[in-house]
Design a protein around this ligand. Structure first.
Ligand code: ATP
Length: 370
C-alpha cells in the first residue's frame, strides 16, 4: 500500500483560512489519526486527500503518484482510489447489504462472478456474511457502519479515509467498533487516515496521531508520545485530562530545573532541558499524582497534605478534588481514602514544564472536573 504525503497544504474559504501550510506523512499501512477540536481543519484535510476539496497551495502524493500539485495536477476523486466512510454512513436505504457493497464494483464494471466473490469476501471481513440479503433498516447502527466500511473496501482502495465513523454509535458499541477496526485494518494493511475529535478514540486506534488546532499541526507522535510528552500545553490539555499550575523556575541547568509552586514549601527538582528562569506552567496528569498511604500525623518526607474538597466514585477508580496553593487540582487513584485530607507527592518525572500561557479557549479545554 502506498504512503501518503501532504506538503504545504493551505485551504481558504471565504474570509477564513481552514488550513495553514500543512505537511505530514502517513506511513505505508498505518492508522494515522487527525485529532483536534471542532473546526480545526480535520475534515478539510481529509476531503483534500479524497479530492473533494481543492487546496490553494501544496501537493499531495500517494506513494510516488502525485494526485494534487497546485496549478499542475488535480486527479479527480474517482481516480484517486480512496475508500471513504463518513459519520452518516451514506449507505443506500433501497439497496440490500449485498448491493450496497457491490455498487463500487458495478461502477467499475467488474464481471458478475468476480463481483460476487469480492462482495462475499469483504462481507466476511466485516463479519456480515450472514446479513447479505438484509436492508439497512434491518440492521443496527454498528452493522450499518460496517456495511459502509465493506463498501469502502470492496474495490481495494489505496487509502482508507474515515471521517468520525463511530460518532453515531453508543459508548459500548463505539469501543467494540474501534477494536474491531484496528484488527480489520491490520488484516487488510491499507494506509488509513482517521478523523476524530475524541481523544480516547484517537489513543486507542492509532499508530500515530496528529493533534491539530486552528488549521495547524501542534504535534505528531504515537499515542504514548502525545500523551506522555505533549509538545505544548494545548496538546497536554486536549489529549487527556491534565492539571495546569502556575509555577516559577528558580534554577535551570539544561537537564533539570528547580521549580517553586504556590502552596508547596520546598522547590521541586524536575527533568527539563530549557535553561530559562522565570514564570512557567507545569502540567501533571491526575493519575500521576502519587497518593501516599501513611498513619495519621506521620507523613513521609517530601509529601504534601491537602484537604479533600470533592470526591467521586467512578467504578474502577476514585476522583478527588484538592487544591495546591489556590489552584484546584484533580487526583485519580484506585485507592479509597476514608479521611478528609489526602497526602500526596508530585513525581518529578511526571511533571512537564511549559514556558507559555494555557489556552483561554474554554471549548478546547478538557480541564479536570473538580
Ligand atoms: P468538526 O470536528 O466540527 O467536523 P473539523 O476539524 O473537521 O471540525 P473542518 O470541517 O475541516 O473542521 O472546518 C475547518 C474550518 O473551515 C471551520 O472553521 C469551518 O467552518 C470552515 N469550513 C469548512 N468547510 C467550509 C466551507 N465549505 N465553506 C466555508 N467554510 C468552511
Amino acid at each position: 500500500m502506498p504512503s501518503l504525503h501532504l506538503n504545504g497544504i493551505a485551504k481558504r474559504f471565504t474570509g477564513h483560512t481552514a488550513l495553514h501550510d500543512l505537511s505530514l506523512t502517513v506511513r505505508d499501512g498505518e492508522i494515522f489519526t487527525l485529532l483536534g477540536p471542532s473546526g480545526c481543519g480535520k475534515s478539510t484535510t481529509l476531503w483534500s486527500i479524497a479530492g473533494l476539496h481543492r487546496p490553494d497551495s501544496g501537493s499531495i502524493a500517494f506513494g510516488d503518484r502525485v494526485v494534487y500539485d497546485h496549478g499542475r495536477v488535480n486527479t479527480p476523486p474517482e481516480h484517486r482510489n480512496c475508500g471513504v466512510v463518513f459519520q452518516s454512513y451514506a449507505i443506500w436505504p433501497h439497496m440490500s447489504v449485498y448491493d450496497n457493497v457491490g455498487y463500487p464494483l458495478k461502477l467499475r464494471r467488474a464481471d458478475k462472478a468476480q463481483r460476487d466473490r469480492r462482495i462475499r469476501e469483504v462481507l466476511e471481513l466485516v463479519e456480515l456474511g450472514r446479513h447479505a440479503k438484509r436492508y439497512p433498516h434491518e440492521l443496527s447502527g454498528g452493522q450499518q457502519q460496517r456495511v459502509a466500511l465493506a463498501r469502502a473496501l470492496a474495490h481495494p482502495p489505496d487509502m482508507l479515509l474515515l471521517d468520525e465513523p463511530f460518532s453515531n454509535l453508543d459508548a459500548k458499541l463505539r469501543d467494540r467498533s474501534r477494536q474491531w477496526l484496528k484488527t480489520l485494518q491490520e488484516q487488510v494493511g491499507v494506509t488509513t487516515v482517521f478523523v476524530t475529535h475524541d481523544q480516547d478514540e484517537a489513543l486507542s486506534v492509532s499508530d500515530r496521531i496528529a493533534v491539530m488546532d486552528q488549521g495547524r499541526i501542534r504535534q505528531i507522535g504515537t499515542p504514548a508520545e502525545v500523551y506522555d510528552h505533549p509538545s505544548d500545553l494545548f496538546v497536554a490539555d486536549f489529549v487527556g485530562t491534565v492539571n495546569i499550575l502556575p509555577a516559577t523556575v528558580v534554577e535551570a541547568d539544561g537537564t533539570h530545573a528547580l521549580i517553586r509552586l504556590d502552596g508547596i514549601g520546598a522547590p521541586l527538582r524536575v527533568p527539563h532541558t530549557d535553561k530559562r528562569i522565570g514564570p512557567v506552567h507545569i502540567a501533571i496528569r491526575p493519575e500521576n499524582i502519587d497518593v501516599i498511604r501513611h498513619t495519621a500525623g506521620d507523613e513521609p518526607e517530601g509529601t504534601l497534605v491537602a484537604r479533600i474538597e470533592s470526591q467521586a466514585y467512578l467504578g474502577d477508580h476514585y476522583r478527588y478534588g484538592i487544591r495546591i496553593g489556590a489552584t484546584p487540582v484533580t487526583v485519580t487513584t484506585t485507592r479509597r481514602i476514608d479521611a478528609d485530607s489526602l497526602t500526596f507527592s508530585l513525581p518529578a518525572h511526571d511533571v512537564r514544564v511549559f514556558h507559555e500561557e494555557p489556552s483561554t479557549n474554554e471549548e478546547n479545554r478538557h480541564a479536570p472536573v473538580h
